[in-house]
Design a binder for this molecule. Structure first.
Ligand code: NAD
Length: 368
């Protein structure tokens, strides 16, 4: 019988409420598939600042590094909002743990639950059956290159004042492209076997190197996966025009940032989107939404994004693909029966079908 250690980082706001439902589902999976999950709880974000003064205490980092996977809920809230840059902020805990664990890949699946098709602004026939994942490079590119601002062009600004110049550097190293390409091809092998590699190779040198490297890794190591190149501007259009063509979409940091937000809107609901951050060691799984302080403590938060994050953990960290699919099936059935949390209900939802966080978790477990 297999056994996995999971580090639980509940964080702030609705975090403790939704992570409890994630654990409930994980335990149900454990019973069904004969797997034991052991848990270590640790502090991150605002609650960690209150207890220790740091948003990522050393103890938390140690617990995360010693685990097989990290399940995080969300951090932050008005209590810790500050414009004083010398004060610790909850989000620093998130950035620090991603950096410390070397998480260079961000996976964001976009999956349509047909029962919720009405929540999208796109036509039902366009989004029906959409099931794609964006694989975004997380630690290179424009966001991490050298940047600078100059005031060195006399007379170029308004009224003859010195004009400004600003520079951001888009830089990639070959090994960074190799490892993200492998993550994308590996993901495709657990899915429908197709990778779209997104670049701007008609203009940028980084993109031309990106394309060469992705093709080399493909030809040498993953010839069984279908590889399609697509320019980023065309991709932005194709994502809302015909999203069903995509299975795995791999791209560099900034293109991925923009395309993943665009793709998220296909589903139309924030409480349904999970994400995984992967590196070469321990991986981290979390919902895409924040700590929702406006509804914290009310028992009405939607736990589905957290539970889908559990599904991603099973698939990517523990190789339990069947169990991950089982979770998606259970959620689909619960939604098909008409059950909704407040954020995904609409005018047609009868009052008796609107449930809270715990009831939604219970319903999903009962379908497992
Ligand atoms: P948010 O995602 O927390 O909330 C936006 C809106 O969506 C709110 O109305 C909220 O009630 C609702 N919502 C979010 N998740 C929900 C869920 N599971 N069920 C039902 N409704 C849900 O974004 P925000 O309000 O901009 O940020 C709140 C705090 O969260 C801030 O401190 C922000 O910095 C932090 N934040 C954290 C993360 C993270 O931990 N990864 C991500 C984004 C924002």
């Amino acid at each position: 019988m297999s056994e996995f250690n999971v580090c639980l980082l509940a964080g702030d706001g609705i975090g403790p409420e939704i992570i409890a439902e994630g654990v409930k589902v994980l335990n149900a999976v454990g019973e069904k598939y004969g797997t034991t999950f052991k848990y270590t709880e640790a502090l991150i974000g605002g609650c960690a600042i209150d207890a220790t003064g740091s948003p990522l205490p050393e103890q938390t980092l140690e617990a995360a590094k010693a685990s097989d996977a990290v399940l995080l809920a969300a951090v932050g809230g008005p209590k810790w909002d500050t414009t004083d840059s010398t004060k610790p902020r909850p989000e620093q805990g998130l950035l620090a743990i991603r950096k410390e664990l070397g998480l260079y890949t961000n996976l964001r699946p976009v999956q349509i639950f047909n029962a919720l098709a009405g929540a999208s602004t796109l036509k039902p026939e366009v989004i029906d059956g959409v099931d794609l994942v964006i694989v975004r490079e997380l630690t290179g590119g424009l966001y991490f290159g050298q940047r600078n601002r100059y005031y060195d062009e006399p007379g170029a600004g308004a009224n003859g004042a010195p004009g400004q110049r600003a520079v951001d550097t888009l830089e990639y190293r070959e090994y960074e492209v190799e490892r993200i390409a492998r993550q994308a091809f590996e993901a495709a092998r657990t899915r429908r076997g197709r990778v779209h590699s997104i670049d701007k190779a008609n203009v940028l040198d980084t993109s031309r190197m990106w394309r060469e490297v992705v093709h080399r890794i493909h030809d040498q190591e993953y010839p069984d996966v279908e590889l399609i190149d697509m320019l980023v501007d065309n991709t932005a259009m194709q994502l809302i025009n015909w999203p069903k063509q995509f299975d795995v979409v791999v791209t560099e940091n900034m293109f991925g940032d923009i395309l993943s937000d665009e793709a998220a809107q296909i589903t139309g609901s924030l409480g349904m989107l999970a994400s995984a951050s992967l590196g070469d060691g321990v991986s981290l799984y979390e919902p895409s939404h924040g700590s929702a302080p406006d509804i914290a403590g009310k028992g009405i938060a939607n736990p589905i994004a957290q539970i889908l994050s559990v599904g991603m953990m099973l698939q990517y960290s523990f190789g339990m693909t069947e169990a991950a699919a089982d979770i998606t099936r259970a959620i689909t059935e619960v939604l098909d029966e008409g059950w909704r949390t407040g954020d995904i209900k609409d005018d047609t939802t009868p009052a008796e079908k609107v449930v809270g966080t715990v009831q939604m978790g219970d319903l999903i477990v009962s379908h497992l």
